[in-house]
Ligand binder design. Structure first.
Ligand code: SAM
Ligand code: DTB
Ligand code: SF4
Length: 329
């Protein structure tokens, strides 16, 4: 274009959708990981307090609605048909799910998350799951499901049923993914996350640390999450629970301070997200969990079971909240 004008162009603010989201680099995140521990925690607390109530922790309860026999070979998972030792169970009936959801609500959970050991749901499975979502929502709970990879149209059906959140983790860095999982590619997980987002469902997406990945790979996982536009509303950070029979059952434990650093870097790079201190909490001391809350974790899985692994008893969590002056949100 060659047209010239003497008039000063009006200042233009691009519509919000066109404003470039901040892009994080692996180097920037590695630099955060390398900060002195106190400096890193201080920065994480500053960011946390700008956007969240520093003493409030949200609580979600999990239920495995279909256990074991999964076609995928995820190296950490007790539910894989390739190596898992989890007792196989058929899809639960809706009334069993509702009873568990009511019990979770009575204990103080605000969200109920239903997990299925599937590569992805068949359409006829989805008929049953949409029933469960409607029934759990009718109890006044937020709903979340994690069903594996979705085909076209399935996310829309879940949205119609009233689903609030879909959990689908990236699990680890793109460079490390193929060493842990061979039956699908991480790119397929990104496709499902796009489908969930496009259907207007909130995204719950995080990963697992302690699988033998490097610090750079932990940074790389967080870069993938933080550079999503927008970042996931909910970011579960799981510490590997080494499950018997899985290829990772003897993975060396992660330095607990490195786990806290991972939470802090997630908080700094995803300021508006809920960061969930997820699997592995049963093996953590109260002091380590307190450091995770200080680093910006503001959500937990609540109730004595995750999917197949244990989680702290509700009473232990109540006592911990009381000792720390934390409130359930
Ligand atoms: N099949 C679906 C999928 O893979 O998305 C849903 C269920 S899958 C068990 C849900 C998530 O649980 C996985 O993405 C992984 O992050 C987490 N998970 C599974 N086994 C774990 C373990 N042993 N330790 C920590 N997290 C684990
Ligand atoms: C997530 O990130 N962690 C939860 C939930 N999403 C589905 C599952 C943890 C599973 C831990 C191992 C087990 O219970 O088998
Ligand atoms: Fe199946 Fe999910 Fe377990 Fe992978 S993590 S084996 S997809 S249940």
């Amino acid at each position: 274009m060659t047209a010239t004008t003497t008039a000063k162009p009006a200042a233009q603010t691009p519509p919000a959708a066109f404003v470039a989201a901040p892009r994080w680099s692996i180097e920037a995140l590695v630099a955060l990981f390398e900060l002195p521990f106190n400096d890193l925690l201080f920065r994480a607390q500053e960011v946390h307090r700008e956007r969240h109530d520093a003493n409030a922790v949200q609580r979600s309860t999990l239920l495995s609605i279909k256990t074991g026999g999964c076609s995928e070979d995820c190296g950490y998972c007790s539910q894989s048909a390739h190596h898992g030792e989890a007792q196989r169970e058929a899809l639960l009936e809706t009334d069993e799910v509702v009873a568990a959801a009511q019990a979770a609500k009575d204990k103080g959970a605000t969200r109920f998350c239903m997990g299925a050991a599937w590569r992805g749901p068949k359409d006829k499975d989805l008929d049953r799951v949409t029933d469960m979502i409607g029934a759990v929502k009718a109890l006044g709970l937020e709903t979340c499901v994690t069903l594996g990879m979705l085909k076209d149209g399935q996310a829309e059906r879940l949205k119609e049923a009233g689903l609030d959140y879909y959990n689908h983790n990236l699990d680890t860095a793109p460079e490390f993914y193929g060493e842990v999982i061979k039956t699908h590619a991480q790119s397929e997980r990104f496709d499902t996350i796009d489908k969930v987002r496009e259907a207007g469902i909130k995204v719950c997406c995080g990963g697992i640390v302690g699988m033998g990945e490097t610090r750079r790979q932990r940074a790389s996982l967080l870069v993938e999450l933080a550079n999503m536009n927008p970042p996931p509303e909910s970011v579960p950070i799981n510490e590997l629970v080494p499950m018997p029979g899985t290829p990772l059952e003897n993975a060396p434990p992660l330095d607990p301070f490195e786990f806290v650093r991972t939470i802090a870097v997630a908080r700094i790079t995803m300021p508006g997200s809920m960061v969930r201190l997820s699997a592995g909490r049963q093996e953590m001391s109260d002091e380590l969990q307190a450091l995770c809350f200080l680093a910006g974790a503001n959500s937990i899985f609540y109730g004595d079971k995750l999917l197949t692994a244990g989680n702290p008893e509700a009473d232990r969590d109540e006592a911990l909240f009381a000792r720390l002056g934390l409130r359930a949100a």
